[in-house]
Write a protein of this length. Structure first.
Length: 727
């Protein structure tokens, strides 16, 4: 048997074809790396190397605030074909300062900013420059963000709603701290891939949460800050992200460029422009983050105190909180995005009594960056949240899951749906969050042991080694160390400043002029792809084995009773939870008492809202169709329409009344409407119309509708309308 027959090669020309293509792809890939390196150098020379796709103008420079920070507020200049509506609430996208440069929330047309602009909302962006201001702290940044949001609110005083804020990744917890200490400042807050409960996760997954324990605490963070001359290099954070998936970092990403160099170069360079622009943090900023969040997990348990003594309690936030997370996210899994709710509350009744509205949705597969980079996510989940934000802002307090489904030919009242998807909110309980998985008491004790060990090792470092390191490291030495970071070297080594790269550009131009791609059915190409799959499998296997060993070591070490006792955690240890806030509870009880005193009084709008809540409560769902009908009615009936803020308050007050005592609330309904038969009939017509727009109802909701009709003494509904309501 000949060699050709053995491998299925029909002619020698296929071998020549493959190797010519392979050589050409190698040259073109080298040229792509050259372009990436040149972009890296250009970005490093910019004062603010953002990757925003849209034009912008600076509104406020954080470096000029009383407590200066390297953040700034810019207005996104809307494209000529997408004018904004001054009556719509402005959107503010806050980018994460987690090692990379700014702009990811608007680096393409199909993005958070692009979607908001398409809906006619004025848009703003909070970004940052590469170097922090001297002495800048996390608290300073949160104060600056509050000042920026105040600026936007003042510029849009006539808008129907407060500024809507999107916090991506790390920016999410910053915005939550800001909102907890400025509860009346924001409209709805959308958290995209934002970790708030850092110990949370499930066994066999989420290995990143073990990092603090495996490194012996945060002393290495302090060491990195000292080596940086008081600055922490964001390239270290980027390296941590890359280490999570070595197959992608070491093989799949570069091979994908090589294998598809004719079509992949532009997308690769676009993303690498963002990925390859590491920024700096003050050492004290990074230390605060590591001690209080990553290892201390103090945010979700209400243990963070600001310099003025204010305790950061996420239960103080008055704005609706929307959490968007993904099961495919290995950096912020759903447990870390939503675990704070379980740390703060024992049941949904507490959420309702506190007047807090929490909405969440989980994507099945998208990765961490895809949550705020993917065009598909932007055009589905993000677009639906943006278009239905008014509805979310009106929601009564409680816990809801957003369910987004395609519009089918059988979808009822599809004309009331704004796009290709139906946005529906379904009431949930804390058991739904617990079903996602999480730590047991033993795991919580292990992480608490890590926090205690970290305090000890950090203290030892600060006492013994820190003075020596700080005395040796000068500013020039720190700059040299940063320049030699592997993540910078791997970018910069291919730039035109490297004399060995000088001929690459000319060679690439010659290749493009005579490009001869290999045919798709070439057997050598199949061997190449198979080999690539083997290499990927090897690195995936390494990752899986590493993660298992990491988890086993962590569980064994920090579950050792002797170590736990040595750091002061005895057998009576109880997992930490947010402490009760007696003052806030007293205020809440006073508000509820005031609401209850108004059970027999109110406007016609209050009566309509109360009836709707009572009827739909058993179904526990609300969707955009019913909300669209409400908007139409409010436009056509100005005699019953209050301001959006008043309608929102009515929704909350009437929900609390119905939730606390359904019988008293509904028995008082006729008194709100009055005795005029025509007025009662008109009220019932409005209720039926809204119910008809929202789709079908359960048997219990139909029974409640009949009861409301009987209470108001209104006859049976018209037949055409009945067919819709009974569907």
């Amino acid at each position: 048997m000949g060699v050709s027959a053995m491998f299925g090669w029909s002619t020698v020309s296929q071998v020549q074809e493959y190797w010519l293509d392979a050589l050409q792809r190698a040259v073109l890939t080298l040229d792509v790396l050259r372009q990436r390196a040149n972009i890296f150098e250009q970005q490093a020379d910019k004062e603010v190397p953002n990757v925003l796709h849209f034009q912008w103008e600076l509104i406020r420079d954080g470096r000029k605030l009383p407590r200066p920070v390297n953040y700034g507020l810019v207005r996104i200049v809307p494209p000529a074909d997408r004018p904004t509506d001054a009556t719509k609430a402005p959107f503010i996208v806050v980018d994460p300062r987690a090692g990379h440069g700014p702009g990811i929330g608007g680096m393409k047309n199909e993005s958070e900013i692009g979607v908001a602009l398409a809906e006619g909302h004025p848009c703003y962006f909070i970004g940052f420059s590469p170097r922090p201001m001297p002495g800048q702290t996390v608290e300073d940044v949160c104060r600056a963000e509050a000042a920026f949001i105040q600026d936007v609110a003042a510029r849009h005083a006539d808008a129907e709603g407060k500024p809507i804020v999107i916090g991506n990744c790390q920016a999410g917890w910053q915005i939550m701290i800001m909102a907890a200490t400025n509860p009346d400042l924001c409209g709805p807050i959308l958290l995209a891939g934002s970790p708030l409960s850092y110990w949370a996760g499930v066994r066999g997954k989420n290995p990143m949460r073990y990092s603090g324990g495996m490194l012996g605490g945060t002393w290495l963070t302090a060491l990195a800050g000292d080596i940086g001359g008081g600055l922490f290099d964001g390239a270290n954070l980027i390296a941590n992200f890359e280490n999570l998936n070595p197959a992608n970092t070491l093989w799949k990403k570069p091979y994908n460029v090589y294998a598809n160099v004719d079509t992949e170069a532009a997308r690769f360079l676009e993303f690498e422009t963002y990925w390859g622009s590491p920024v700096l943090l003050n050492a004290q900023e990074m230390q605060w983050i590591a001690d209080n969040l990553f290892v201390g997990n103090k945010l979700s348990t209400g243990q963070i105190q600001l310099s003025d003594g204010t305790r950061v309690d996420l239960r103080n936030i008055r704005s609706p909180i929307i959490v968007f997370c993904s099961w495919g996210d290995n950096i912020t899994p759903p447990q870390q995005a939503l675990g704070w709710v379980l740390d703060m509350y024992d049941d949904v009744g507490e959420i309702i009594a506190n007047g807090q509205t929490i909405v969440y949705t989980t994507h099945q597969s998208i990765g961490h960056l895809g949550i705020f980079v993917s065009g598909k996510v932007a055009m589905k989940e993000t677009a639906e949240f943006v278009s239905c934000m008014e509805m979310i802002d009106l929601l009564p307090p409680g816990l809801y899951e957003a369910v987004i489904t395609p519009v089918e030919s059988t979808t009822l009242n599809a004309n009331l749906i704004g796009g290709k998807y139906l946005f529906q909110l379904e009431m949930r309980t804390l058991d739904d969050l617990r079903a996602m998985g999480g730590n047991d008491a033993a795991d919580e004790k292990r992480f608490a042991t890590v926090a205690r060990v970290s305090e000890i090792t950090h203290g030892l470092y600060e006492t013994t080694a820190a003075p020596i390191v700080q005395s040796v490291i000068t500013a020039p030495i720190a700059e040299s160390i940063r320049a030699l970071h592997p993540n910078r070297v791997v970018f910069g080594m291919f730039s035109d400043r490297n004399p060995f790269m000088i001929p690459v550009k000319a060679m690439a131009e010659q290749v493009r002029a005579s490009r001869q791609p290999v045919s798709k059915d070439n057997p050598l190409l199949e061997i190449e792809k198979t080999t690539s799959a083997w290499i990927t499998g090897f690195w995936d296997g390494y990752r899986d084995m590493r993660d298992v060993m990491t988890e086993t070591t962590f569980v064994t070490t920090y579950g050792w009773p002797v170590l736990q006792a040595a750091v002061g955690l005895g057998t009576d240890y109880q997992p930490r939870r947010a402490a009760r806030d007696i003052l806030r509870e007293a205020v809440g009880q006073h508000i509820q008492a005031e609401v209850e005193r108004r059970i027999s009084t109110g406007t016609l709008e209050d009566a309509i809202v109360r009836a709707l809540i009572y009827i739909r409560l058993p179904d526990g769902t609300v969707d955009e169709r019913g909300f669209q009908v409400i908007k139409e009615i409010r436009t056509s009936r100005p005699d019953i329409a209050s301001s959006p803020a008043q309608l929102k308050q009515a929704m909350r007050d009437q929900f609390l009344l119905v939730y606390r005592d359904q019988e008293r609330a509904i028995e008082a309904l006729p008194g709100l409407v009055g005795s005029d038969p025509l007025k009662r009939q008109a009220t019932m017509d409005i209720v039926r119309r809204i119910l008809a727009g929202g789709g079908g109802m359960s048997a219990e909701s139909k029974r409640r509708l009949a009861r409301v009709e009987a209470l108001l003494g209104v006859g049976k509904k018209p037949r055409a309308e009945a067919a819709i309501v009974d569907a």
